[in-house]
Design a protein. Structure first.
Length: 197
């Protein structure tokens, strides 16, 4: 049992295996797994969307409420552990969680038949449409403002001290913007569940 918890990868694999076992047993007992159908596919896509969304927004809030505010209190000689090892790994999961959240969300909206209507903010899907646009803006910030600037700050790409200093403010402001937007975006996503499409 201890080997399962020896690495996050093994823990996640064990979690997926456990989920498959639960689905097969519960589905077999209830008869819901007698055939794979459209409802199961949309449910699976929604589940993936939620998992990736939790990872994305969880890391966003971790960065804004834990890592960034704590950095000034860490002695300069110890900051290398964060900037060389922890931050690059966090930012890897952060940006790919953003990408996968957007992809699974768009696929889910397409599977449910409201993708274009939501993006055009048509009646009945305005709330989810606003949430989708907010998420798209946030994902843009992750990939095209936060990540390029963080690469300079962390020394992952060559940059002068002046370029590194200049990259700090846009990266911070885009991250704080995303934190602000995440509150309304999450509300819009959840609120739509209680409205007819």
């Amino acid at each position: 049992m201890g080997s399962i918890f020896a690495s996050p990868k093994k823990t996640v694999i064990a979690g997926v295996v456990l989920l498959v076992a639960i689905v097969l047993v519960a589905g077999g007992v209830t008869g819901q797994m007698t055939r794979l159908d459209y409802a199961w596919a949309t449910f699976s896509m929604r589940w993936l969307h939620v998992v990736f969304g939790i990872l994305w927004i969880g890391l966003l809030w971790y960065l804004n409420f834990v890592q960034v505010p704590t950095m000034p209190s860490i002695p300069a000689e110890n900051r290398g552990a964060i900037t060389k090892f922890i931050a690059p790994r966090v930012l890897f999961f952060f940006r790919y969680a953003a990408l996968l959240t957007v992809i699974t969300g768009l696929l889910l909206a397409w599977m449910q038949g409201y993708l274009v209507r939501a993006l055009l903010l048509q009646p009945g899907v305005v709330m989810i449409g606003i949430g989708m646009w907010m998420a798209l803006v946030m994902a843009f910030n992750v990939w095209f403002i936060i990540w390029p600037n963080q690469q300079k700050i962390l020394g992952l790409v060559e940059a002068s001290d002046q370029e590194k200093a200049a990259a700090a403010k846009p990266a911070l402001y885009a991250s704080r913007f995303n934190t602000m937007f995440s509150i309304g975006m999450l509300y819009c996503m959840v609120a739509q569940q209680n409205m007819p499409i």
